[in-house]
Design a protein around this ligand. Structure first.
Ligand code: ZN
Length: 61
């Protein structure tokens, strides 16, 4: 049984950027996990799980 890659999807409330973090690389990001790549603000978690059809709206970090 395989789950594929899981992602955490975020939207930045500061600059409205949409982005996602791979669950598989969670340990690499440590304190930066969930933060906006542009303005470093803590993002709002939209959803998590397997890739969804609106995946392309979210930039992979
Ligand atoms: Zn931002």
């Amino acid at each position: 049984m395989t789950w594929g890659t899981l992602y955490f999807y975020y939207e930045c409330e500061n600059c409205k950027k949409k982005y996602k973090y791979s669950f598989n690389e969670l340990s690499e990001y440590r304190d930066n996990f969930g933060k906006c790549p542009d303005c470093k603000t803590e993002g709002k978690l939209i959803k998590d799980g397997a890739i969804t059809k609106d995946d392309l709206e979210y930039q992979e970090i």
